[in-house]
Ligand binder design. Sequence first.
Ligand SMILES: Cc1cc2nc3c(=O)[nH]c(=O)nc-3n(C[C@H](O)[C@H](O)[C@H](O)COP(=O)(O)OP(=O)(O)OC[C@H]3O[C@@H](n4cnc5c(N)ncnc54)[C@H](O)[C@@H]3O)c2cc1C
Length: 471
Amino acid sequence: MALQTRPAIAERLRGVLPGDRVIDDPATLEPYAYDASFWSLRMQRRPDVVVVPQSTAEVVATMRVAAETGTPIVPRGAGTGQTGGAVAARGGIVVSFARMRKILEIDRPNLQAVVEPGLVFADFQLALADRGLFFPPDPGSGRACTLGGMVANNASGPHAVRWGTTSAYVLGAEVVLADGSVIVTGGEHSKALKSSSGIDLTKVFVGSEGTLGILTRLRLRVQPKPAARAVCLAAYASIDDTVLSLDDLFAAGILPSTAELLDRSAVEAIQRYRPELGLPDGEAVLIIEVEGTPDYVASAVRYVDGIVRKRASVTRFAESEAEIQQLWAARSGMAAASALAHPDKHRIFAGEDLAVPLSEIPRTIRTAREMATELGIAVIFYGHFGDGNVHSAILIDPADPDEVTRADELADRLHRLAVEVGGTVTGEHGTGAVRQQYMRLEHGAALDVMKRVKDTLDPKGILNPGKIYGT
Ligand SMILES: Cc1cc2nc3c(=O)[nH]c(=O)nc-3n(C[C@H](O)[C@H](O)[C@H](O)COP(=O)(O)OP(=O)(O)OC[C@H]3O[C@@H](n4cnc5c(N)ncnc54)[C@H](O)[C@@H]3O)c2cc1C
């Protein structure tokens, strides 16, 4: 709860920042009440003030006002998060990074770049591609989401199977702490690609969702962009065969760059949405990508095809970029396909991001399907199969209170199922406001240590309150 009224806080902020950085007229504040979560649609919690800083100094000035007045302060990237993370659950100041989106350096010989947190992932990727580089974590929201949001949520995407999540690519960060002081993690002047020096504070801030400090600069590891890729698509009569097929690849010493899953519900939705893609029937389809030099890729995709066809009912592979994009179109059309599958309903983001052991994917999807049927809720399942990340698109009429209650019940059961089978309630989207109630179940006593870290770094509890810790 802000200790000062909205006009008083805005006045204080205008005293320390150029006037155009401070927004407090109610109509302009409205969009900041939302991110992509169903939770924010229901909460409709407008911040009291939005600050759009242009420099670290302006973030520091904002933080000092928040600290002096005990006002909640919530960093915000593009607001594509699905957990209410960037929404001011208890009012206060939202800090938007829309004006801090510069690439400060791309250093190819040292395989790193320094960027401001408001930089959009796709813009970064374009700039890197000009230099033969890329940033491996690749969320589906990449055309909109920011690097700051990705680091704060430890985001990832299809390529995490081989390349890992955002966490693996954050070498250091400039962080504005809750008292307005500034630190640089990962070595103040370091350009090293690894370090065993001291506690890895960078990792403390990665995935902390704006609750421990505000990121104002990021030193990111980048990679040489593989020269070629090819994709193998395999359809299976049984979902169990997908796990066996992937294990066959592991046994052959192959770790693909992606192994994306469409379950039967997703296959049917895409067949209706894009019949021209000719997506084969199946209980499940995997989209498996290999990358490397052209010669390697040409032989690897045939090798992969030879292995997966032992268990798949249909396989197909693509080597030219046009064909590859056609196969990927099946996966990237998921959002539109889900919408068309039930035109009278809306997709909500709730219980959408389970991650489970690979071997448990079939059981998870089967049980989840049964739960959805029992509760009478339409759901489409897909995901980043190669790292056990099962996404569910729950489709409901948000104006139907009974259906909303049943969807809440389903989301709750899905989260509990993930923990029960040895997984996590969120593989990449984060905890935010919506998954706090599962932190004890998943983390046990470790949650108390998380809370102690939070209390130490943010004793007044002003940084993004109402998220992660269940307090
Ligand atoms: C259609 C769609 C597809 C998606 N696909 C994926 C996917 O494939 N993989 C995936 O991982 N996610 C995905 N997401 C979720 C989301 O896009 C990611 O979590 C993304 O990283 C959020 O970035 P953002 O800039 O929108 O952050 P926001 O939503 O603005 O914020 C997210 C969190 O980061 C914090 N934050 C933002 N900036 C800072 C900062 N500078 N310092 C400290 N904290 C900060 C916020 O307070 C908040 O807690 C998807 C979302 C949508 C809508």
